[in-house]
Write a protein that binds this ligand. Structure first.
Ligand SMILES: [Zn+2]
Length: 319
């Protein structure tokens, strides 16, 4: 998979690429280029870290944080605030942002089993897009800068990941849904659902569909669900579908808002690929608690999650 050639030739080609600037469009590149660490090898390799399994359903499953590959020629992303970090060698837009390099354990495995289970339940196949790079090397749920630090191979993988999602979206006719699979270990053990609504807004019940990743769903199904809050933390919400299967979720009819608990509102993928800025593909970030991802619980959870997703699709996308 990684046909890397270590050595002088590789290093020379990297330096040439850097000097020519083919791969780097970032502002500030010229003044920062002397700080570039030289990766061990492999520019120009045919690296391919994104897996696409084309589907037949109007459903896309994405897994950005479950990758296992840590090729040495891609420098690690920084763990601390990046302005204090030695691998700050590109001009990024938000120097105060904290960087996470921790994977969401078992989410790649969970996503593949979920696709299989949905296949059994529906007779069709969801589209699946998987990032195989470890989060130390690339974060597909952040923008290009923070996600790749503009390291050429990492940036290529980031762009390939999102263009593959775009390709999957384009192959769906009419309305569709993207489920972005993640994992967290918050002590509340709730499934956290992200629609691009902040914790503060959920707590204050300030729920307006326009700036969310399921904007299109509400506009299409207003007559059926009546209010947008019904679709977020009422009986019509995806959280309610999960609660019905026995899985506490937030926001939902039973857990309408996070209150003081930690909560992930939805990252780059649902912000970019959901219907916030138009289109008919909605997106929900699904943050699965750690205990449901462990080997002994995962199969049962995957089955029930597949049932909930199918019910949601039948209610709003296939009627
Ligand atoms: Zn994640």
């Amino acid at each position: 998979m990684l046909p890397c050639r270590q050595g002088i030739l590789g290093a020379i080609s990297i330096i040439l690429v850097i000097l020519i600037g083919n791969d780097h469009k970032a502002e500030g590149m010229k003044k920062k280029k002397q700080q570039l660490p030289v990766p061990q090898s492999c520019e120009g390799s045919t690296d391919n870290y994104v897996q696409y399994i084309p589907g037949t359903l109007n459903l896309i499953l994405t897994a950005p944080h479950g990758g296992h590959l840590k090729p040495k020629y891609i420098p690690n992303r920084c763990e601390k605030r990046w302005k204090d970090c030695e691998c700050m060698y590109r001009s990024c837009e938000n120097p105060d942002l904290s960087i996470s390099v921790h994977n969401d354990r078992k989410t790649q495995e969970l996503t593949l089993s979920l696709a299989e289970e949905l296949g059994k339940l529906t007779g069709g196949r969801p589209h699946v897009v998987i990032n195989h790079l470890h989060r130390k090397k690339m974060d597909g749920n952040r923008g290009e800068c923070i996600g790749s630090f503009h390291v050429p191979a990492s940036l290529r993988a980031h762009r390939q990941y999102h263009s593959t999602i775009q390709k999957a979206k384009q192959s769906i006719r009419g309305a569709g849904l993207l489920i972005d699979i993640h994992g967290q270990a918050h002590p509340e053990r709730l499934i956290e659902l992200g629609y691009c609504i902040s914790k503060a807004k959920l707590n204050a019940r300030e729920l307006y569909h326009e700036h969310t990743s399921i904007r299109s769903l509400f506009e299409r199904k207003k007559d059926k669900v009546h209010t947008f809050s019904n679709l977020i933390n009422g009986e019509a919400s995806f959280g309610a579908f999960l609660e019905q299967m026995g899985y506490p979720a937030v926001p939902s009819n039973l857990h309408p808002s996070p209150e003081e608990a930690p909560y992930y509102p939805g990252g780059f993928t649902v912000q970019t690929h959901g219907s916030k800025s138009g289109g008919l593909i909605d997106a929900i970030q699904v943050e699965c608690p750690a205990y449901l991802r462990e080997d002994e619980k995962r199969a049962g959870f995957v089955h029930d999650l597949a049932v909930a997703i199918k019910s949601y699709l039948d209610a709003y996308y296939n009627d």
